[in-house]
Write a protein that binds this ligand. Structure first.
Ligand code: DAH
Length: 340
């Protein structure tokens, strides 16, 4: 028995396991139910009683040596893992998440910046407006059917009712009332319409209104301004097409299409095969509108235009569902993220 104990002790001392599974294997081989040390304890029962004391001590020492060796091998394996291969301390840090601008803000700034380069100032007005600035001064008389073009949220009814503006054209009126002539402004802002929410419509959205009033402003100037804008926004080869339309505050009025930036005019599912995408309304400011704000329509003329920011953003990024812009789903917003 003595030799056997010494042989196992030598085995324990020479153990050099390199992995957790090797350590476990050694533990089972020595201390498991049928392990070498366990078997020696079984054998111990047959040892003559005058030798029991000596061998009992030796066996206990053997067992302790095995347990200690296994624990020590486990410890050093863990230490190696921390300072060794699994972490690369020279690795650069993870990039900071900077957050991102909302796509509507990105496009609004892009539109405003283009017009700023052309010499336009930025003007803003209140979202809670009165009937005069949203309708009356823009040549929508009371009971005029054109008021139905925009479903309005009213806050109070009566002579000059209070309401949520349905378009940023109201800022034109405020500008004409108070700014010195000539006026050259863009008016970005949020607008509200009583519409059922769907992929193509929302009760809150954003517009940019443009207004230029001076002596001798013509429709040709309007067309030129829009063409220059569209080329900046959609690329130098973008073309425009004006279709006659109707707005109470402009005469003549037009709707502007831009050549489809996806198929370049060949026809695709974004432009529904036409090669053109509608992007804004525009026209020459109606003399009634100039006069309502105290501008002499015999001396001054002007043009105006208005576009939806979400609409331009949808064309820019081919986002087909307007609701994405309002739900603050991080999976969508992070598409616009920048990082350092
Ligand atoms: N206010 C119009 C709308 O919300 C857009 C518009 C059309 C603005 C023609 C204009 C314009 O200034 O001339 O639908």
């Amino acid at each position: 028995m003595k030799e056997k104990i010494e042989a196992v002790l030598a085995e324990i001392e020479s153990l050099a396991c390199k992995s957790e599974s090797e350590i476990e294997e050694a533990r089972v081989r020595l201390l498991g139910k049928k392990g070498e040390i366990t078997r020696l304890f079984d054998e111990f029962r047959t040892v003559a009683s005058d030798q029991k004391r000596e061998f009992g001590q030796k066996l206990n020492q053997l067992k302790n040596a095995a347990v200690a060796k296994i624990a020590q091998m486990r410890d050093s394996l863990q230490e190696n893992n921390v300072s060794g291969t699994s972490e690369d301390l020279s690795k650069p840090g993870d990039p900071f998440r900077l957050g991102s601008r909302h796509p509507v803000s990105i496009v609004r700034e892009e539109i405003v910046e283009i017009f700023r380069k052309f010499g336009y100032d930025v003007a803003e007005g209140p979202e809670i407006e009165d009937d005069w600035h949203v309708f009356e001064a823009l040549n929508f008389p009371p009971e005029h059917p054109a008021r139905d073009m925009q479903d309005t949220f009213f806050i109070s009814s009566g002579a000059n009712s209070i309401l949520l503006r349905t378009h940023t054209s109201s800022v034109q009126v405020r500008a004409m009332e108070k700014l010195p002539l000539p006026i050259r402004i863009v008016c970005p802002g949020r607008v509200f319409r009583n519409e059922a929410i769907s992929a193509r419509a929302h009760c809150i959205f954003h517009q940019v209104e443009g207004l230029y009033i001076d002596k001798n402003v013509t429709f040709a100037d309007l067309k030129q301004a829009i063409l220059l804008f569209v080329r900046e926004m959609f690329g130098a080869d973008a073309r425009i097409r004006l279709r006659p339309s109707y707005f109470p505050f402009t005469e003549p009025s037009a709707e502007v299409d831009v050549s489809c930036n996806i198929c370049h005019g060949k026809g695709c599912n974004i432009c529904k095969g036409t090669g053109w995408l509608e992007i804004m309304g525009c026209g020459m400011v109606d003399p009634n509108v100039l006069e309502a704000s105290g501008i002499d329509s015999k001396v001054y003329s002007g043009f105006a235009f208005g576009m939806g920011i979400e609409r331009i953003a949808m064309l820019k990024w081919q986002v087909k569902d307007l609701r994405n812009y309002f739900e603050n789903d991080l999976r969508f917003l992070r598409e616009f993220e920048t990082s350092i």
